[in-house]
Design a protein around this ligand. Structure first.
Ligand SMILES: [Zn+2]
Ligand SMILES: [Zn+2]
Length: 152
């Protein structure tokens, strides 16, 4: 049974990444660009309007966990846990590893992380709403793998 819940958590994380890719590409770089624009320009201060999007992601997690605990539905708690873990991974990778909002000096050498960092830096090369690419947060396609000669 534990394995089932573990599977639900993993599936939720995967679906969340797929959803976030879609949401980033078609909604944030679409109707919600007025919020997301703050993330494509230089930030003044600690927070930016785009952070509201991250906060909004917490809502379904809270609802799933609360409702699941109230009604003894472990599968729903697992979905809530998956969304929460996705949020933590998103923050760790996007906000810390890539954007260094928490000041760390560590230089990553892991090829998966280097690919992710490069893909997102390319995403940010575009300051406008249109024409950007690489909308994922936890996964980047192999075409963004840095070659030894063009390390970022
Ligand atoms: Zn963007
Ligand atoms: Zn970013």
């Amino acid at each position: 049974m534990t394995l089932l819940y573990f599977g639900i958590i993993l599936a939720t994380i995967t679906i969340m990444e797929a959803f976030s890719w879609f949401f980033h590409k078609y909604v944030l770089h679409g109707p919600l660009w007025f919020l997301h624009r703050s993330h494509h320009t230089t930030r003044h201060g600690l927070f930016e309007w785009n952070d509201l999007v991250s906060v909004a992601y917490a809502l379904p997690a809270v609802i799933c966990i609360y409702h699941g605990l109230q009604n003894n539905m472990a599968w729903l708690v697992s979905i809530g846990a998956g969304i929460t873990i996705y949020g933590i991974l998103y923050f760790a990778l996007h906000d810390v590893v890539i954007h260094r909002r928490v000041k760390i000096k560590y230089h990553f050498t892991n090829s998966y992380l280097l690919r992710l960092i490069r893909a997102h830096k390319i995403h940010h090369k575009h300051l406008g709403k249109n024409g950007s690419c690489a909308f994922g947060f936890l996964y980047a396609s192999g075409k963004y793998q840095p070659k030894a000669s063009n390390m970022v």
